[in-house]
Design a protein around this ligand. Structure first.
Ligand SMILES: N[C@@H](CCC(=O)N[C@@H](CS)C(=O)NCC(=O)O)C(=O)O
Length: 221
């Protein structure tokens, strides 16, 4: 009998991570099941920075996908791209596909470093060590990213084309909780309408609650 392929495994964290949530949301929408391995990122040192995990991802970060052939794929955007191929969440047409990547690169360079980092500092420590100037810079740059998204979404339902793609999933992950850490979603009405659209997608799942997690449901923007 041929060996059964191993199920794919998602390495995730002990506190709810927006970067992991991107993958969990796409998997839920696609009906993909996987094993999970949870790493304690609040331990000292974080389990992501110990040799056992560094041998799987030398960059020491989750999410990490272990494929059925035993190889590993890191970076939330690359994992989304891999899983979405051949599905409605990644357009076939070359320019549309590139536009999906455009917004995913925007998320990684102009959005996540501010909005996700502010979330981590606020809920899981470090905020008190930051200077007012550092906090103001994060706020300004994160709010600017939201403004760029808002402008693009004026008169559009989704970031690319007519339907939900992995660009929307990548940007939704940290945008939908941005108001919890002082970003003003009231100033970006098109973003708010888009958040409702993504939230209403059939198969949508909320970000997982976890130890010490804020009550996301009670604090809708
Ligand atoms: N660019 C990476 C960022 C991944 C990332 O920052 N992961 C955080 C959790 S959200 C992490 O692994 N933190 C633990 C550590 O840095 O040791 C991605 O999009 O996957």
């Amino acid at each position: 009998m041929p060996p059964r392929p191993r199920p794919i495994r998602l390495y995730e964290s002990s506190i709810p991570s927006g970067n992991v949530y991107k993958i969990a949301l796409l998997m839920a929408l696609l009906g993909i099941r996987c094993e999970t391995a949870t790493l304690d990122v609040m331990a000292t040192p974080s389990e992501t920075r110990r040799p056992a995990f560094l041998s799987k991802n030398p960059n020491g970060r989750i999410p990490l996908l272990e494929l059925d052939d035993g190889s590993f794929l890191a970076e939330s955007g690359a994992i989304l791209y891999y899983l979405a191929q051949g599905t409605a969440y990644l357009p076939e047409e070359a320019l549309e596909r590139a536009r999906v990547l455009q917004w995913m690169f925007f998320e990684q360079y102009s959005h996540e470093p501010y909005i996700a980092v502010m979330k981590f500092w606020t809920f899981w420590g470090g905020l008190h060590k930051k200077t007012p100037q550092e906090l103001a810079t994060l706020k300004d740059r994160g709010q600017s990213a939201l403004a760029v998204m808002d402008k693009h979404l004026e008169g559009r339902d989704f970031f690319v084309g007519d339907g939900l793609t992995i660009a929307d999933i990548a940007l939704y992950a940290y945008t939908h909780t941005a108001h919890l850490t002082g970003f003003d979603l009231g100033a970006v009405p098109s973003v708010r309408r888009w958040l409702e659209r993504v939230r209403g997608a059939p198969g949508h799942v909320p970000i997982a609650a976890g130890p010490g997690a804020p009550d996301y449901d009670a604090t809708r923007e």
